[in-house]
Write a protein that binds this ligand. Structure first.
Ligand code: ZN
Length: 323
């Protein structure tokens, strides 16, 4: 216990110091106007085990927003993106807030907080999960395997076996990474198998927002973006299927909210999860911005279409946001 606390302390400090150094370097060597897109997922009362590292506590979130809004202007993403071609206000840095995965805490926790502060953010919805009252498949797979000790998955033709000396958590992540590129019926079968094997695990995993909640966000001035339909790695599934998800999710959001869906965020969003053909599909579908999970800030540029982000975590120090 003490060992892991010490390791965590050392890790946080190592990353903190690296970040501070990079921040100072970027701040003083790059005077160009910048647009910072912050990436959040879930905001929860307590972050608990947080296996996918996608949760920030309410306390930390409030502190981070307080500090960021003191130091830079926070604009809605479409406004920030439109401004990035011209002169930026203040010291030339603007920020936009984004939330991926559309979990219900975005509605119950984040929305009231932002409303109180008069801040608009963008929420990226995996449309296949909106209003379904279930967590996303990846979250459920990792939770069910790592918390139950399941060592084997036999679902239809799909087979996975925990390796000798492989931890439950490593096995869970190996299955999760493998399923990202599978046909969705295989993911469904794997989940049915896991639900049967781990009946005690279930409550408390959360759910995505309902369409009523999403519409309420939209009507209150929040921007609703697309996070595809099935939350798989679009670069690893057939291109026509990925292109279909890019288009269908936009149409669904526009129909359900009555507002234009201008932003697309790739699920997972690393270099393995998108490519130039897919970015073209996003452009052709009529989106005005394409959001990645590549770490960094964006230099203001009139032609900018793809945006890097700063991934916000419990230990992110907002003083070093350019790091
Ligand atoms: Zn996501």
């Amino acid at each position: 216990m003490l060992n892991s606390a010490l390791r965590n302390f050392a890790r946080v400090n190592y990353h903190g110091i690296r970040r501070a150094v990079r921040h100072a370097k970027n701040k003083f060597t790059d005077r160009a106007p910048k647009l910072i897109v912050l990436a959040y997922h879930r905001v929860l009362p307590e972050t608990g085990d947080n296996l996918l590292n996608t949760a920030v506590s309410v306390k930390t979130f409030s502190k981070q927003i307080e500090s960021i809004s003191k130091n830079m202007k926070i604009l809605p993403l479409s406004e920030a993106a439109a401004k990035s071609g011209g002169r930026l206000p203040g010291d030339g840095i603007i920020a936009a807030l984004t939330f991926d995965d559309a979990y219900s805490d975005n509605y119950s926790v984040v929305f009231p907080l932002l409303k109180k502060k008069g801040i608009s953010a963008s929420f990226f919805v995996p449309t296949g999960y909106a209003g379904k009252d279930i967590p996303m498949w990846d979250y459920e797979v990792v939770e069910r395997i790592s918390r139950s000790g399941v060592e084997r998955i036999e679902a239809g033709d799909y087979r996975q076996q925990r390796r000798v000396n492989e931890s439950g958590l490593s096995f869970a992540f190996r299955v999760f990474n493998d399923l990202k590129s599978r046909d969705f019926h295989i993911i469904d079968e794997a989940l049915t198998f896991l639900r049967r094997k781990t009946p005690g695990i279930g409550p408390g995993m959360g759910r995505c927002m309902s369409w009523e909640e999403i519409k309420e966000l939209s009507e209150a001035g929040m921007e609703i973006g697309s996070h595809a339909v099935t939350h798989r790695s679009l670069a690893r599934i057939p291109l026509p299927e990925a292109a279909g998800e890019i288009r269908r999710s936009k149409a669904d959001i526009e129909e359900k909210t009555g507002a234009a869906c201008l932003h697309f965020a790739f699920p997972f969003g690393s270099r393995l999860d998108y490519n130039s053909a897919l970015v073209d599909e996003v452009r052709k579908a009529g989106y005005s911005t394409c959001i990645l999970n590549i770490h960094g800030y964006n230099r203001a540029d009139p032609g900018i279409f793809t945006f890097k982000r700063i991934i916000m975590e419990e230990h992110t120090d907002t003083r070093f946001i350019l790091g």
